[in-house]
Structure formats: C-alpha cells, structure tokens
Design a binder for this molecule. Structure first.
Ligand SMILES: Cc1cc2nc3c(=O)[nH]c(=O)nc-3n(C[C@H](O)[C@H](O)[C@H](O)COP(=O)(O)O)c2cc1C
Length: 168
C-alpha cells in the first residue's frame, strides 16, 4: 500500500483537482471529506467567522495506516475551510505526519497552517498554498508535483524538519 494518503475537501472543485493530480501522479490513495448537509456561500462564511465544526462524512482509507496524510482544502475568509477543520479535530489522534496544502484566490493560507498545527498539537511537516488561477492554468503543476516528490521521499524516512513551508 502507498504510504501517503491525500484527504481533500473541495466546495467548487479546485482542491479536489489538486488532490487528484497528486494521487494520479504518485499513485497515492485519495480520501474525501464531504458535507453531511446542504451548503451555500453564506454557510461557508459563517463556518469560518464562527470557527464552526460543521457535520461531515469522510470517504476514504483510515489515516492511521499511512506515514503522511496530505490535507488539501480551500481558504474561506482567511481561515481553513470549516469541513477540513471538522476532519482534523475529529481525527487528530489518528493522523500521522501531516502536510497542509491550501487553495485560495489571494491569501489566508498561513492562518490555516497555524490552525492545523494548533488542532494537532504539532507543526505540519510541509505547508504550501496554490492560487486557484495557477491551478486552472496549469502554472502550479510543476511546483505541486515537486512538493509531492519531496513528500514521497519523506514518507519512507523520518522527517526531522519541515519539508517546505510556503507562506502566502
Ligand atoms: C466563502 C468563501 C470565502 C473565501 N475566502 C477566501 C479568502 O479569504 N482568501 C482567498 O484567497 N480565497 C478565498 N476564497 C476563494 C477560495 O479559497 C478559492 O476559490 C479556492 O480555490 C476554492 O477551492 P475549492 O474550489 O476546492 O472549493 C473564498 C471562497 C469562498 C466560497
């Protein structure tokens, strides 16, 4: 079994595209966090502003079976999208080393990295942000797959230092 699991939450498809690209290129497993109820833009905004933990379903392999879990999620209101907050909080004891990849239109990823670190009680092994525009036009593909290569290497040996932190 591959030793890297990618878990994405996506509202409009961008984070899912990032996750699928990583998984198809590296042969990794893909899990997906889904909303348990209906969602609209206002609910996205309120979940972020109120730091809510909305109800979710998780469809994928058990994270504890992997060496690294790569979380891919959008930024909402300069914060981690609420459904990924729910996933990390609910599964924090089952998550091994974690990498955080944010998709966004402009900024806010550093807040999401900090929130995941706070929920886990330790820093992610890698953090990176990708603009929606550069995912759509393909200009981020090389950077994304290079990061995947680094994580692939890190999955088979202990990570003493963060692989990469890309502030946004
Ligand atoms: C409610 C809402 C709030 C958002 N807030 C931000 C933000 O604070 N900063 C930002 O750069 N992008 C923000 N965005 C844009 C999304 O992060 C961006 O489009 C992302 O790539 C969407 O990922 P997805 O297609 O996987 O849902 C927001 C989008 C929504 C719907």
């Amino acid at each position: 079994m591959s030793r890297v699991l990618v878990v994405c939450y996506s509202y409009t498809g961008t984070a899912r595209r990032v996750a699928q690209l990583l998984c198809s290129h590296h042969g990794w497993s893909l899990g997906e966090v889904r909303d348990a109820g209906p969602r609209g833009t206002l609910r996205c905004v309120l979940d972020s502003l109120l730091r809510r933990h909305p109800a979710i379903r998780y469809e994928g392999a058990e994270p504890r079976a992997f060496d690294i879990v790569v979380l891919v999620a959008p930024i909402w209101m300069y914060r981690l999208a609420g459904p990924m907050r729910s996933f990390v909080a609910a599964r924090r004891d089952q998550l091994p080393r974690v990498a955080v990849l944010a998709t966004m239109s402009a900024g806010g990823a550093t807040n999401a990295y900090a929130e995941v670190a706070q929920l886990l009680g330790h820093a992610p092994v890698a953090c990176a942000a990708f603009l929606q525009r550069e995912i759509e036009d393909g200009s981020a593909t090389t950077r994304l797959l290079d990061l995947g290569d680094e994580l692939d290497g890190a999955a088979v040996k202990p990570v003493a230092q963060p692989v990469r932190t890309a502030p946004a």
